[in-house]
Design a protein around this ligand. Structure first.
Ligand code: SF4
Length: 628
């Protein structure tokens, strides 16, 4: 087989045994790599119905088909476990050198079963697997852990995916970090922590053999050259932080826990302001000629020296969403999350829920006692020092940080049960995953994309905001095209997440981001790598299967139609200011949109998948398990 080794490495932490599973080429043709293959490995290896933090929940890693080749932005891997935050599929992507090094070890993927009885790191050195004591690494941040492992092994080429203190402490939105990149969402860090795995390190010395190196090289060169032109200029110059002013103008910039969609100080937290005052340099993932990450630092003030990469989602969550207009504090907050090993989106949105709960008088100063402030503090919106302190308390699960470490859905349920309040009304999550930086009240197509998301409300798994924002449809009303648009958008995104290729390359094939522009080129890249004969329709099926296996996983874990929902606020509280003021997505609208979406997918009105549909996709065993 070209492009793959055909081998998956299994590691059992209970017995410290490893074994090789050989997969047939037909299996790879169905699941390809990235989030699709990781989700499929999870489907095959989980104890159905298990507690996400129990040994029955495996860690599944699947590399990308283009990792370790010259294909631009193809150095990425997918990671899947059952999410402790949502109780459903937790699938994330991360990129860079870990993926390249893993490819060179000769393993297409990893499945880690069971749990260790003491803290360890796993070191995969080509075929050899070592379990190493991690006692000395405990308490270290994510970047420091990577460095310490390299030093311990005396090899700069060793690449590690690590957890920080948040993962060790069981913060439910803890993440996994490698090379400064994060598999950020759905709480993988907590799963790793529950197994007492501080890091998985890889050293690979093998080559990657592809079917047609000349074509692959020429295409990679051409795509790289195009990627230096106008199609990626937004990402190369300002990165995604440039979205701040655009979203503000559209009234979609989450402000003070999504109470409004415009921020009076948006200029001060914009990508343009960041570039002028705080940007240090641009950095890129491995195999990437675009380099979108804006490494930024606080040069003065109370957070002097804080430094991290900034992109829009982390920026909105820890800036306007907290009422904070000082980018130095935003950098500090995101750095606290990145080094502590927490999802900065869920972190920011959970802090904003706590701030609103304080401002509405449910929480009082007393609730915020901690070692630093024994009398408590007042986390009103805009109080940057309070936000930083809260984020540190979440990481360490100190005081009220223990409650907040559970995310907005659980934290609000606990408070409401104990105090007879209704704080769930401003707990901004779908299926337990905190909401993204596009307010769905002003994006009706996006609203159904968010509600039906398999890993919760996620802007990365649906691009259904595109037709709304591009003006292809009226973003404030609904019609019978929206179900198809949402379905099509998530299947489109799933192609990129499966290969995986960074979506920022999407216009660099022919200038158009649509399927007609990209799919033929992607098919040619796949064929040059594997020697297969993929065409347009095969690429389309990659996305459909990827989404289907994740949905099937959720159904088997007990998902119901009612789980496809939006936060209460988006259904009931219109914003009062800005270009999206006055709108909500009513329950009636949402149910109608879901009907349209399930019909567009070819599912039942309850959102279940017909057997025939699964068999048509070549997923016969899935049909047997959950098909109706
Ligand atoms: S464009 Fe940005 S996120 Fe995408 S691969 Fe390059 S550096 Fe990574």
């Amino acid at each position: 087989m070209y492009g793959y080794s055909g081998k998956i490495l299994h590691i059992d932490l209970n017995t410290r045994k490893t074994w090789t599973e050989e997969k047939p080429e037909a299996w790879y043709k169905l699941y390809i790599g990235g989030v699709s293959m990781a989700a499929r490995l999870l489907w095959e290896n989980i104890e159905v119905g298990c507690d996400p933090l129990s040994p029955g929940n495996p860690i599944c890693i699947a590399n990308g088909i283009f990792a370790g080749t010259p294909v631009p932005v193809g150095g990425k891997y997918g990671l899947a476990s059952k999410s402790p935050l949502t109780g459903l599929i937790g699938d994330s992507l991360s990129g860079s050198w870990f993926s390249v090094a893993l490819k060179r070890t000769g393993w297409d993927g990893l499945v880690v079963h069971g749990a260790s009885d003491k803290w360890i790191t796993i070191f995969i050195d080509d075929e050899r697997v070592q379990f190493r004591d991690a006692k000395k690494l405990l308490g270290l941040g994510t970047y420091a852990t990577e460095e310490a492992i390299r030093e311990e092994l005396g090899d700069d080429q060793v690449r590690s995916a690590t957890i920080g203190p948040a993962g060790e402490n069981g913060v439910l939105f803890a993440n996994v970090t490698n090379d400064g990149r994060q598999a950020g969402r759905t709480g993988h860090g907590a799963v790793w922590g529950s197994k007492k795995i501080k890091a998985i390190s890889v050293r690979g010395t093998k080559g990657v053999v592809v079917a047609d190196p000349d074509t692959l090289l020429q295409m990679s060169f051409d795509i790289s050259e195009t990627s230096q032109g106008p199609y990626t200029v937004k990402y190369r110059m300002l990165g995604t932080a440039t979205n701040v002013l655009n979203m503000n103008k559209l009234g979609l910039l989450p402000t003070r826990n999504y109470q409004e969609g415009t921020f009076e100080d948006a200029e001060l937290v914009s990508g343009e302001y960041l570039e002028e005052h705080y940007k240090v340099k641009k950095i890129a993932c491995a195999q990437c000629p675009i380099a979108c990450e804006q490494m930024s630092a606080a040069p003065d003030g109370p957070y002097k020296g804080a430094m991290t990469g900034i992109e829009y989602e982390c920026l909105y969550a820890n800036g306007p969403n907290l009422g904070i207009n000082d980018l130095r504090a935003v950098i500090k907050l995101i750095a606290t999350c990145d080094q502590g090993g927490m999802d900065a989106m869920s972190g920011g949105v959970t802090v904003s829920w706590a701030m609103e709960t304080f401002e509405r008088g449910v929480f009082t100063k007393e609730d915020f006692k901690c070692a630093k402030y024994p009398e408590g503090f007042e986390p009103y919106f805009g109080n940057a020092e309070a936000a930083v302190t809260l984020m540190e308390m979440i990481r360490d699960r100190e005081g009220i940080g223990d409650l907040l470490s559970k995310g907005t859905r659980r934290a609000s349920a606990i408070v409401d049960a104990e105090r007879g309040t209704e704080t769930y009304k401003w707990a901004m999550n779908s299926k337990g995953l905190e909401s993204p930086g596009y307010d769905a009240r002003g994006l009706k197509t996006f609203s159904v994309g968010i509600a039906v998301g398999t890993r919760g409300g996620c802007h990365n798994r649906t691009a259904a905001y595109d037709p709304d924002i591009q003006g292809e449809v009226d973003r404030f009303s609904i019609d019978d095209t929206r179900g198809r648009l949402a379905a099509s958008s998530e299947e489109y995104a799933a192609v990129y997440d499966t290969l995986p290729l960074c979506k920022f390359i999407r216009r660099c094939f022919t200038g158009k981001a649509d399927r007609a522009g990209a799919w033929p080129a992607i098919a040619k890249l796949i064929n040059a790598t594997t020697g297969w004969d993929f065409g347009y329709d095969d690429v389309e099926l990659i996305g459909i299967r990827a989404h289907t296996i994740k949905k099937a996983f959720n159904i088997r874990e007990g998902w119901k139609r009612a789980d496809d929902d939006l936060p209460y606020r988006w259904k009931h509280d219109p914003m009062t200011k800005g270009a999206s003021a006055g709108h909500v997505v009513t329950d009636e609208e949402l149910e109608y949109l879901k009907d349209l979406y399930y019909a567009a997918k070819g599912w039942t009105n309850e959102g279940l998948i017909p057997k025939a549909k699964l068999i048509e996709l070549g997923m016969d065993d899935v049909a047997e398990a959950i098909g109706v």
